[in-house]
Write a protein that binds this ligand. Structure first.
Ligand code: SF4
Length: 410
């Protein structure tokens, strides 16, 4: 319970894993699904800190995922909530639609209107959801989309399919470019079909199982004939659901075995690089970094050692520890959009812990965490640069020095 972010915030039993399991039990014994019950389920960030902490190995992740699917099937939300969710799910899982936002968003950021509006506080008073989206939007940079196939540098050691993602490809294309360069430098041929879509993570984490299954089938179809040895992912939330494709399509006889075979090839970027072992030379990066475990990488996938091992393999790079590392930053997919106030509280708490390390750079492996912590550091009036693990490794392999990384302030 002490690692559950909602229990930490409110100290309310029904907003702890034990309380939610109790409510799930009541539902199973015939209690109708009330608004208050659904509220406690909706409050859960799905961060899985409770799964890591549970000494009895209770699979809360499975329980809440099934419960959310039940809620979506059987519970009628209010009109405002329905409209907000419909808008979110008509936009976020579609990279092409997100990319269309880039032009207007860049113009808005560069015109000075964003800063002027933030100073008035008007947007937060009139439209808190829009204000949250506004504060989360990263400074956009123009980066060309990667080609469909990139050859390995030197001897080819593996053929790797790569997920470009939705938010990652629209708002953090430089993370994808860095990922491709590292993989090629480490002897991987990288396959990046431009027709790939969403992996379904956002949908499955919000109980929209049928939608997630459609996305999963399409992604498997896109990569199935490519002959890849691995499928690499650089976004923690996507990786955790991709590894569960076997369970997601287990009841579909035409897809169950294909989905399980696909899932067996899925690796987080850091897992794959450690598995293959380094061949590209690491150049020094004399700087201090704080590594933040994204919940869907640390808690959901158990990947904690590999990113740190990669960072510690860079000469002159000091890796500092963030206190309360197990507690979520409040991003949690679209949780921060649906619950802006508690999400900001969790973000501020995380930002204080990050700033207390005194590190020059915050490193993490999830676009949601990068946006959430950047916004919170800004609110705290602090300064720290932010980067994905891939960008740090890329800077080391290309011998760029710390400067390009430190010029990305929160
Ligand atoms: S998943 Fe996270 S928010 Fe939900 S009950 Fe577990 S620790 Fe709490």
């Amino acid at each position: 319970m002490t690692t559950c972010p909602t229990y930490v915030l409110w100290g309310e039993e029904m907003d702890s894993p034990r309380g939610r399991i109790h409510l799930i039990g009541q539902g199973l014994s015939g209690e109708p699904l009330s608004d208050s019950m659904v509220g406690h389920f909706d409050n859960c960030l799905g961060c899985m800190a409770c799964v890591t902490a549970c000494p009895s190995g209770v699979r809360y992740d499975r329980l809440i995922e099934d419960t959310r699917a039940q809620v979506e099937r059987r519970h009628q939300r209010g009109p405002r909530e329905r409209a907000l969710r419909a808008a979110i799910f008509a936009l976020f899982p579609y990279p092409n639609r997100l990319r269309l936002l880039r032009g207007p968003l860049r113009a808005y950021q560069r015109s000075g209107l964003q800063k002027a509006l933030a100073r008035t506080g008007l947007l937060r008073r009139l439209a808190p959801t829009l204000a949250t989206l506004d504060s989360l939007a990263p400074r956009l940079r123009s980066v060309p989309r990667p080609p469909a196939r990139v050859r390995a540098r030197g001897e080819r050691r593996a053929v790797v399919g790569m997920l470009t993602g939705c938010v990652q490809s629209a708002f953090f294309p430089d993370v994808n470019s860095a990922t491709v360069r590292i993989l090629a430098a480490e002897g991987c041929e990288v396959l990046i079909p431009p027709s790939q879509g969403c992996c379904g993570a956002l949908s499955v984490h919000n109980g929209r199982r049928a939608e997630a299954q459609r996305f999963a089938r399409r992604l498997i179809d896109t990569f199935e004939q490519t002959g890849m040895d691995y499928f690499v992912v650089n976004a923690a939330g996507c990786g955790s659901s991709l590894k569960e494709y076997g369970e997601l399509l287990a009841d579909d006889p035409g897809w169950a075995s294909k989905a399980a075979a696909f899932a067996a090839k899925v690796r987080d970027l850091s897992e794959l690089l450690v598995e293959l072992g380094p061949v590209a030379r690491r150049h020094p990066l004399p700087m201090s970094v704080a590594y933040h475990d994204a919940c869907h990488l640390g808690h959901a996938q158990g990947v904690r050692v590999q990113p740190r091992a990669l960072l510690r393999g860079i000469p002159e790079l000091e890796v500092r520890t963030i206190a309360e590392a197990e507690i979520c930053c409040g991003s949690a997919g679209v949780w921060n959009v649906l619950n802006p106030e508690p999400a900001a509280e969790l973000g501020d708490r995380k930002a204080r812990m990050v700033l207390a390390t005194g590190a020059e750079l915050l490193v993490t492996a999830n676009p949601g965490c990068l946006m959430q912590v950047a916004a919170a550091v800004g609110r705290q009036g602090g300064t720290i640069a932010l980067a994905h693990t891939a960008q740090v490794l890329d800077a080391s392999i290309r011998n760029l020095g710390p400067e390009p990384l430190l010029s990305r302030p929160a």
